[in-house]
Design a protein. Structure first.
Length: 123
């Protein structure tokens, strides 16, 4: 089974800060599974896991998109299997914080500031 102990044994790393959220057989709609497979790394979400809310960034997905890693601002991580991720999306337990990534927003904001005050480039 997928759990923190097995990850620690396979990879030889301390997995104490990794929360493994394995599939639990909960029914999930096919369109939610498809949505989960289309998530874009770099996007920020609010994750409600076991009654606690965390700000997380979608950091990585496995090659076959069966495993998804989210990094929280407190240094912990959440490794979530595909169907469980889809169930979280379906239940509203994983909600996008914004529709654009941080890099896109930062670039747009910087360009807007330069448009408003081009002298900044000269100073």
């Amino acid at each position: 089974p997928l759990n923190a102990d097995n990850i620690e044994m396979m990879l030889g790393i301390d997995a104490s800060s990794i929360h493994v959220v394995a599939d639990n057989g909960a029914p999930v709609e096919d369109n939610m599974v498809a949505w989960a497979q289309e998530l874009q790394p770099g996007t920020w979400y609010t994750l409600d896991h076991n009654g606690a809310s965390a700000q997380v960034q979608y950091a990585w997905q496995s090659q076959r998109k069966q495993l998804h890693l989210f990094a929280a601002v407190d240094g912990s991580s959440y490794l979530i299997q595909l169907r469980r991720l889809a169930a979280y999306l379906q239940a509203g337990l994983l909600v996008a914080q914004d529709e654009e990534g941080l890099t896109v927003r930062a670039t747009r904001d910087a360009l807007a500031k330069l448009d408003a005050n081009p002298e900044r480039l000269l100073g």
